[in-house]
Ligand binder design. Structure first.
Ligand code: AHG
Ligand code: MN
Ligand code: MN
Length: 338
């Protein structure tokens, strides 16, 4: 397979009008540069921590920023200058991120989780960046409005994630399938390594934090029991349980191997009755990726991409993965009146 990078792949495979394709390609190239900078910092983080921890100084001679703050700063700095956005939103920022006055703007909106799974970095466990790209709805001559951010997931024009692990890999879709690009540090390019990814129709792995069992409702307990009890499921043996605790890593494994990831609502935190994951910066982008790879994503019963957002940091229960398992779960929740 001739090594082609993201830009060449977009040019070769996009049905989009050339104009939009150019701006979207530029947006993605600026995002990709951000991922390279974050990837470099992630690979150094352990070193910096060790030096900063024992030697009372850090290797940069400056105060070490928490990695998610660093990632957030890189994305906001770089994407503010991309010249194609009218606004951004980040999981780390309470409200809409305006493009500074005097900077060129455009018709796209970017929403992101700058570093997902950041509690895992000290253990050298995979983390990642998740992104969602939409077109503004408000008129181009005015400022971007909150309504430009609060759009249903079906409106996304592109979405994906960059996972920082044994290698750095970008998995994304612009509506024409899902493609994986692996960073070749020797040339500094993301090269096409996983063309046209399709999730297996069914799998043998379920992924959920069973530490919260006592906080689940009966429907969720029945769902999880289906995967554990061979007499209940149609696999004839228990599904394997895998839970990394980084959504990007648990999702990436599910996309490649099949099976299901669940983060249901629970009674743990009355302030978060809908669970922990965010609709706009986590569930929607991964739902677009999984549907483009012939998988499914629901809140248990209903399609994630059709959830109507009402606030920027809205949480949503997430059930995502192979169609076979997601449908089984949907039927159990429907039986319980969801
Ligand atoms: P983030 O680091 O962006 O806050 O996301 C962490 C999320 C997600 O990555 C993962 O699936 C989930 O937290 C794990 O939560 P629990 O520790 O409650 O299982
Ligand atoms: Mn996250
Ligand atoms: Mn995060």
């Amino acid at each position: 397979m001739p090594e082609i990078n993201v830009t060449e792949h977009l040019l070769l495979n996009q049905k989009r009008t050339p104009m939009a394709r150019g701006r979207l390609t530029h947006l993605l190239n600026q995002l990709i540069l951000s991922f390279k900078i974050i990837s470099r910092e992630v690979s150094k983080a352990g070193l910096v921590d060790v030096l900063g921890f024992t030697g009372e100084i850090n290797v940069q001679g400056e105060e070490v920023k928490k990695l998610d703050e660093f990632s957030n700063d890189v994305l906001i700095h770089r994407m503010s200058r991309a010249g194609v956005l009218c606004a951004m939103a980040s999981e780390e920022n309470e409200s809409i991120i305006e493009i500074p006055k005097g900077f060129p703007t455009g018709d796209y909106v970017l929403i992101f989780d700058p570093l997902d799974g950041s509690s895992n970095i000290e253990a050298n466990i995979n983390i990642g960046t998740i992104f969602s790209i939409l077109r503004r709805k408000s008129s181009a001559d005015g400022d971007c409005e909150m309504s430009d951010l609060l759009q249903q997931g079906v409106e996304q024009v592109a979405a994906g994630y960059c996972i920082y692990g044994s290698s750095t890999m970008l998995v994304m879709t612009t509506g024409s399938g899902v493609h994986g690009f692996t960073l070749d540090p020797s040339v500094g390019e993301f090269l096409l390594s996983h063309p046209d990814l399709k999730i297996p129709e069914r799998g043998k792995i379920y992924s959920i934090n069973e530490g919260y069992t006592s906080y689940w409702d009966d429907a969720t307990k029945e769902v999880v029991n289906w995967f554990k009890d061979p007499s209940a499921n149609d696999l004839g043996k228990p599904y394997s349980s895998r839970y990394i605790g980084s959504l990007v890593a648990d999702f990436h494994r599910t996309l490649l191997y099949g099976g299901i990831f669940l983060y249901p609502s629970d009674r743990r935190d009355p302030k978060k009755p809908k669970g922990k994951l965010r609709l706009l910066s986590e569930a929607n982008p991964l739902a677009m990726v999984v549907e483009q790879s012939w998988g499914l994503a629901t809140d248990g019963a209903d399609r994630i991409l059709e959830v109507e957002p009402s606030e920027l940091h809205q949480r949503v229960p997430l059930v995502i993965g192979s169609p076979h398992e997601v449908e089984i779960v949907r039927n159990i929740y429907k039986k319980h009146g969801y």
